[in-house]
Design a protein around this ligand. Sequence first.
Ligand code: PMV
Length: 283
Amino acid sequence: MTLISSVASGKIILTGEYAVVFGYPGIATPVSCATIISYTNSKEPLTITFRGIKPTERGEEYVRRVVELCEKEARKTFGGSLIIDNSIPLGKGMGSSTALVISVCRTLLGTDCEEAAKRIEDTVNPGNSGLDFAVIWRNEPVFFKKSTDPKSITLPNDLLTGAVLIDSGTPGETTPELVAWMKTREAEVHDALAQIGSCTERLAADGDLATIVREHHQAQLKLGVVTPRAGSLIANIQAAGGAAKVLGAGARTGGGGMILALGCDPKVIARISAEALFPCFPL
Ligand code: PMV
């Protein structure tokens, strides 16, 4: 019996949601929550145990699908015990589904499995741009543009000092569903996508993050992926002098996903938001 352990971090997208799918650049950074896997192999049928933030039934199916795809890649069946200890909020724009793919692949296929892991990511998260995969695989801040090699980017150390994450609930749609919807609206949302691309260029050129985040949020509103409740929360943060944006794909219905808020005292944000606040620690 051998014990193998692997880890993959969550991420936040500073700029680039949806724009990256259409070839504009984006910037993302890993953050200090993670999926940690421990696997002990044996000839017994595989058991999967969930610890930490536990998935729904649909999430458990997703994990089993990833394991099956690893078995196809490896042309063998994996037995034994797989323990998944997760601290990445699920389905809220922080990269939980890609971190799961990468950590399971590294565990079952070995650390040198980038191409196989990418194939599995494209199967279970169809339509993805590759940004989540790039930042989580590399575990460092990246400047990403589709069809080119992701580049490491050095962000100022204090970029996210005082920033908090606000959990505005689980979106009613999955990221692949929202991406597929956005692809049907490319002409209609062209200007918003270009605006998001220009936010990335300005951040890469050391622009002021709070100013960029305010403009980025306006573009996400135009894309139609900010729920009314998330939108009014963000408007209140802006009125208090801060800046905020939805992280990841956002939502059309249900909860609004995770919101990044910065530029004003976290105590002020706590007064505005009834939701739980998490400090945001980039790696
Ligand atoms: O919801 P998340 O964390 O998977 O982020 C999605 C970001 C999108 O740009 C909307 C999609 C993508 O694949 O880049």
